[in-house]
Design a protein around this ligand. Structure first.
Ligand SMILES: *[C@@H]1O[C@H](CO)[C@@H](O)[C@H](O)[C@H]1NC(C)=O
Ligand SMILES: *[C@@H]1O[C@H](CO)[C@@H](O)[C@H](O)[C@H]1NC(C)=O
Ligand SMILES: *[C@@H]1O[C@H](CO)[C@@H](O)[C@H](O)[C@H]1NC(C)=O
Length: 267
């Protein structure tokens, strides 16, 4: 009799359980198409330039200023630069205050312009060779125009540092397609040497191209130590050596504030 009671409790439990599980929510049968989704058309309303005089196209709000109080509100108005007055107020008050914005260019407020990207543009290893080309062709002239100081890339599991070079003169008919020394160009650093499962990229193109200042197939790490607006000290350490040994190093001179050739031949 005792075991019969136990069995009926068990059966009741199973029945209740089944009732709960059967009453789930919706199962959507939607499966996304394999093809790439269509891009949002460029003339949709979200991309439209706001109208009105000096209408901000981008607004950046940073909490905290250099002294640790207040907020920094900055905005970009490439089409119609004009009044720099910002009107602000507390929620639910009619008391409006005004602040006068100052105009800064990028390099005056933040002297060091550093770009991080995945695929290197200047890479002389036989791994991912020239994979960054289509991106380089599109954007390299901007890096030169805006005087990027240094570009860090990964992707290739090894280390390489370039000279200051650019390759932006080519125009399909002039044949000028060799990187040339350019003091407005960044130094390109491949720092994909943090360590990985497949091992190092060791196979290099030979001979070493003129744009490549130093390359080594070691795992390692680097430090970019900004001293002030003109000077930064850069050092690369291979991990086998311990922290004190610098396998590669150079002083960086800021391209906007101190655009002097810092390569060993000229210093
Ligand atoms: C290409 O560049 C050369 C100078 O390097 C210039 O003389 C020529 O007009 C340019 N051609 C085009 C199509 O822009
Ligand atoms: C290095 O890469 C080149 C080009 O891909 C290839 O021909 C060569 O066999 C490679 N060498 C080694 C040792 O893997
Ligand atoms: C910037 O730092 C460098 C390196 O430490 C130093 O030589 C230079 O005098 C500094 N410049 C200024 C303006 O402090």
């Amino acid at each position: 009799m005792g075991s019969f009671a136990a069995i009926s409790v068990l059966v009741l439990g199973l029945v209740l359980n089944a009732a709960v599980l059967c009453n789930g929510g919706k199962t959507s049968r939607f499966v996304r198409k394999l093809e790439k989704t269509e891009d949002m058309p460029l003339d949709t309303d979200v991309f439209r330039v706001p109208h009105g005089y000096n209408a901000p196209q981008q607004v950046h709000i940073t909490q905290g200023d250099h002294e640790g109080k207040g907020v920094i509100v900055s905005w970009v108005t490439p089409d119609e630069p004009g009044s720099n007055t910002v009107v602000y107020w507390k929620e639910d008050t009619k008391d409006k205050k005004k602040a006068e914005g100052k105009v800064y260019t990028y390099k005056t407020e933040t002297p060091w312009l550093i770009v991080l990207m995945h695929s290197p543009w200047y890479n002389s290893y036989n791994y991912h060779y020239m994979e960054g080309e289509s991106m380089r062709v599109m954007f390299e002239k901007w890096f030169v125009k805006y005087k990027v100081d240094v570009v860090f890339a990964g992707h290739v599991h090894a280390y390489e540092r370039s000279e200051r070079v650019s390759n932006i003169a080519y125009n399909i008919s002039n044949g000028i397609c060799v990187p040339v020394k350019d003091q407005s160009a960044p130094v390109y650093i491949t720092i994909g040497d943090g360590g990985n499962l497949e091992g190092l990229a060791t196979n290099m193109t030979e001979p070493q191209p003129a744009y490549s200042a130093y390359r080594e197939a070691s795992f390692g790490h680097a430090m970019f130590s900004i001293k002030n607006r003109t000077h930064a000290y850069y050092s690369w350490h291979r991990n086998q050596d311990g922290y004190a040994v610098e396998a590669d190093s150079m002083w960086f001179f800021n391209r906007f504030w101190h655009p002097i050739d810092e390569s060993p031949e000229s210093v």
